[in-house]
Design a protein around this ligand. Structure first.
Ligand code: ZN
Length: 114
């Protein structure tokens, strides 16, 4: 591809031109990872299937659970349970969020003691 500013040939999909440093147009495209359907590692009651669905569709996980229970009872228990187990087996487990490191206490901080 050609840099629109200096017209020199640069590698395809480069973010910047190595000759003039101009930012290339496609560099503004979001580099966020694609959304994946995974079991929730943080919002789970059984296996995190409903929590994962809620995260995927940006819904309240309680509503997803209530809908799942309603559909399960309306279809005669077995299909809802089978679908849940199949989803449990198929959906990969989501990763835990990166823990925030706590600030260490100063060594001369007074400790509360009885
Ligand atoms: Zn350039």
């Amino acid at each position: 591809m050609n840099c629109p500013q200096c017209q020199r040939d640069i590698t395809n999909y480069s973010n910047y031109c190595y000759f003039c440093g101009a930012r290339q147009a496609h560099a503004t495209v979001s580099t966020a990872p694609p959304r994946r359907l995974r079991r929730s590692a943080t919002d789970s009651k059984l296996a995190g299937v409903c929590g994962g669905l809620a995260e995927y569709f940006a819904m309240d996980s309680t509503i997803v659970r209530l809908l799942w229970v309603l559909v399960t009872f309306c279809t005669g228990l077995v299909p809802g349970i089978v679908v849940y187990v199949v989803a449990w087996l198929i959906m990969p487990e989501g990763s835990l969020p990166i823990p925030v490191q706590s600030v260490p206490q100063a060594p001369d901080a007074p400790h509360a003691s009885a």
